[in-house]
Design a protein around this ligand. Structure first.
Ligand code: NDP
Length: 301
């Protein structure tokens, strides 16, 4: 008889709920010290329905944590100048601690220039060149929410990451690159893999920690995984609908069934990394608010 050991499921939804609760608990002390709530401004340009849903849920989570939410909508026809003028106004607004420019922007706009117009101290998405530079240099700054959420899940599971062999599959500015920097900062030995990497399965097989951020459904297979590894699946991919279904199933970049039979622990999709992203956005807003007010960073985040 073969006995398969199933991996533990890393419950990102529960972890994120706990983090959001701790953030909400920390808000009253900030209000008492400053006379105002931390504020997050979200800017949506155009009327992309998925972006509108994200912006709505970010606003609700902000208010639920006791923070002030400011939503700014510009039409799809907005000019670069209009977007940057709004960002400059938010940079100068003392009630605003965090600015999130919902991406993607309509095609006629210069996304990089718009992101770079955000004050790095309010850059709660961690996407400005200054934030990326601070992360690379290891000085305090704003860290992109999704990889920061992955780091929290890994540290919760493993404690100290020193000396662990980690591989990050994917090198995007949003996820892969900052994830690599965070793991390096936590003293892991980091391999960065991408579409030109040779013999990816062999590299993944060496790793104690696997972070998959590729955007390819179920690419990472069970026989790529070292027994006992921790697997963080950032991917969100929708499969084609099965017969008669209106929508296909959501899956990650990891073949969950195969990998769960080998790994020590794995994040599910949905319910793993996804919920951590908004929780870390609130965390970044709280931290940015403290730094802007000249207060010490809140403890435990
Ligand atoms: P990008 O498309 O920006 O980057 C994908 C990366 O994967 C690139 O670096 C690319 O390499 C690499 N890649 C592509 N194909 C292969 C391959 N066959 N082998 C190895 N590497 C490959 O994606 P993102 O980083 O923005 O997102 C990745 C996934 O995470 C997506 O599914 C996205 O939906 C999801 N996501 C989830 C979030 C969440 O909150 N849970 C938040 C953000 C993203 P190269 O650079 O060489 O082209």
């Amino acid at each position: 008889m073969t006995v398969e050991t199933a991996a533990q499921v890393i419950d990102g939804k529960a972890f994120a709920a706990g983090l959001r609760g701790r953030i909400a608990d920390a808000v009253p002390a900030f209000v008492a010290a400053t006379g105002r709530a931390p504020g997050l401004a979200v800017v949506l340009v155009g009327d992309d329905p998925a972006s509108a849903v994200y912006v709505g849920s970010k606003g609700k989570a902000t208010v639920a944590a006791g923070m002030a939410s400011f939503e700014h909508r510009l039409p799809a026809t907005a000019t670069q100048d209009e977007v940057e003028t709004l960002l400059a106004r938010l940079n100068a607004d003392d009630a605003v601690d965090g600015i999130l420019l919902q991406l993607p922007l309509p095609g006629h706009l210069d996304e990089q220039a718009a992101v770079a117009a955000i004050d790095p101290d309010k850059d709660v998405d961690g996407l400005t060149p200054v934030s990326a530079g601070r992360l690379a240099l290891g000085i305090p700054g704003m860290v992109p929410c999704t990889p920061y959420g992955c780091l929290l899940l890994l540290q919760d599971r493993l404690g100290d990451l020193s000396g662990k062999d980690a591989i990050v599959v994917g090198r995007s500015i949003l996820v892969g690159k900052p994830m690599g920097q965070l793991l390096l900062g936590a003293n892991a030995t980091v391999t960065m893999a991408h579409s030109r990497t040779k013999d990816l399965p062999a590299l993944v097989r060496r790793a104690d920690i696997v972070v998959a951020a590729v955007g390819r459904a179920e690419m990472v297979k069970g026989d790529w995984i070292k027994p006992g590894a921790i697997v963080i699946d950032v991917g969100i991919n929708r499969l084609p609908p099965a017969d008669g279904a209106a929508k296909g199933r959501l899956v990650g970049d990891v073949d969950y069934a195969e990998v769960a039979a080998v790994a020590d622990a794995i994040t599910p999709v949905p319910g793993g990394v996804g919920p951590m992203t908004i929780a870390c956005l609130l965390r970044n807003t709280l931290v940015a608010a403290h730094r802007r007010a000249g207060l010490a960073d809140p403890e435990g985040f």
